[in-house]
Design a protein around this ligand. Structure first.
Ligand code: CTP
Length: 421
């Protein structure tokens, strides 16, 4: 039987108005197309735990592509359909809603063996998921807003437990080992006793050897994106799981310290320059640096993202460049084309105060300096546009960065003296 809970989710208060409106539209589409729609997964878990929700995942009992098409027509969104997976995404003003087709039918063991088409495809869909806390659903049908909890997810959230749904869960999908440790640290939960036992058994059986390095590193990169990255890495280390990423891979205290230093610097950078960056690339570069003498991760990381290779190499270049004292303008021109991720990683791995000070000064101040003089100013001064423009502007900007003049007038006087006499 479907277990619905009269939990007041306060959907209207907790959800962003825009998302709430999408849910009401989804509900209308469900009625019109005679399908059933449910919000599922991490979003429901986060809603119950009162933490900000990220992705919106909708499971459809029916054809999700047809459903998403109708929804996107109403909201004026962009539809991306994946026919082979029977899934679709709708993008509306940068917001993404994923629609997936639930299993068509579900055979209840204690019933006559007839499929419970009406309500059970959702249950089967949820049963195939990793942990009970991720199996909650919210109905977007007649019983709009009702919480559906087949597998005790709410109790496990209250008890702060990570529990798998069946004994073969880690065998079926060994990457869940990473997920279990990630969720446990992220939410400050414990692994259920049986879950931990089955996880250890699966590890002893070597299940992680059966997964491609690509998949393992993708799952691992989710760990690196977490706020509690160091705590999770320590757990992965405790369970001796790093060796599956590479046979010699291990992390020592020094490496944890470098990652912590990187993490602190990330906070400062986010404060001074709130731009998007790939946080996992920073930690990948630091990890690679820690093991560079033992082995080369190039190929494996290349699978995850070639950007990591670029960042790693820039990180090393920055440290080499700053191993000598440099003028402010040299620092500016050298760091300008470098990725912020590389600058942060370079800070983390360096033991030199000079390197750290130079990077702080660039991120706090230097990077924001704008030239006082432009090409237009040169034309006003009577210069004819030519190759010399670049030379003059560069020369002038360099002096400005060195603090030799602070006002535009001083810069113009400098140009007049040097280039117009
Ligand atoms: N899932 C699973 N096994 C996996 C990966 C995912 O069962 N190896 C299921 C989970 O139940 C999850 C859903 O697929 O709820 C969506 O996956 P994902 O977006 O990775 O998980 P979230 O729970 O949304 O986690 P996060 O907060 O990290 O985004």
């Amino acid at each position: 039987m479907r277990k619905t809970l009269k939990v007041d989710l306060k959907l209207k208060n907790k959800l962003d108005e825009k998302i709430y409106n999408f849910f009401t539209i989804i509900s209308e589409v469900a009625l019109k197309l005679k399908m059933k729609a449910y919000a599922v997964g991490g979003m429901v878990r986060d809603l119950i735990m009162d933490i900000p929700i990220k992705d919106i995942d909708i499971v459809i009992e029916g054809n999700a592509i047809e459903f998403a098409k109708e929804f996107s027509t109403i909201v004026g969104g962009k539809l991306i359909a994946h026919n082979e997976f029977k899934t679709a995404s709708v993008i509306i003003n940068g917001e993404k809603i994923d629609f997936a087709t639930a299993r068509q039918e579900y055979y209840d063991e204690i019933s006559s063996g007839l499929p419970h088409v009406e309500e059970s495809s959702l249950k089967l869909d949820l049963y195939r998921r990793d942990f009970t806390i991720n199996t909650l659903a919210i109905s977007l049908n007649e019983n709009f807003g009702e919480l559906i909890d087949y597998f005790g997810g709410v109790k496990d959230i209250k008890d702060k437990k990570i529990r798998i749904l069946h004994n073969l869960s880690f065998i079926e999908d060994p990457t869940r080992v990473f997920r279990a440790l990630r969720f446990a640290e992220k939410f400050n939960f414990l692994l259920g006793q049986q879950t931990e036992k089955l996880m250890k058994n699966a590890l002893e059986l070597g299940v992680l050897n059966t997964v491609s390095k690509n998949r393992l590193f993708l799952e691992f990169s989710l760990v690196l994106k977490e706020e509690k990255v160091v705590e999770i890495l320590k757990k992965i280390n405790d369970y001796k799981i790093f060796k599956y990423l590479h046979k010699e891979f291990y992390i020592d205290e020094n490496c944890f310290n470098l990652i912590n230093t990187g993490k602190d610097f990330v906070k400062m950078c986010t404060f001074f320059c709130p731009i998007e960056f790939r946080i996992e690339a920073i930690y990948f570069s630091i990890l690679k640096f820690c093991f560079r003498k033992k082995f080369n991760l190039t190929n494996i990381l290349g699978i995850v993202d070639s950007k990591i290779e670029k960042i790693y190499s820039q990180m090393i270049q920055i440290n080499v460049f700053l191993s000598k004292r440099r003028k402010k303008s040299e620092i500016y021109f050298f760091l300008k084309p470098m990725a912020l991720e590389a600058q942060i990683a370079a800070f983390a791995i360096s033991k030199s105060n000079y390197v750290k000070e130079a990077l702080i000064s660039y991120i706090r101040d230097l990077q924001f300096i704008k030239p006082l003089v432009s090409g237009k100013d040169l034309i006003t001064l009577g210069f004819k546009p030519s190759a010399i423009f670049g030379k003059i502007l560069n020369d002038c900007f360099e002096k400005q960065i060195e603090g030799e003049f602070t006002s535009k007038q001083e810069a113009i006087d400098y140009i007049k003296n040097k280039y117009l006499n």
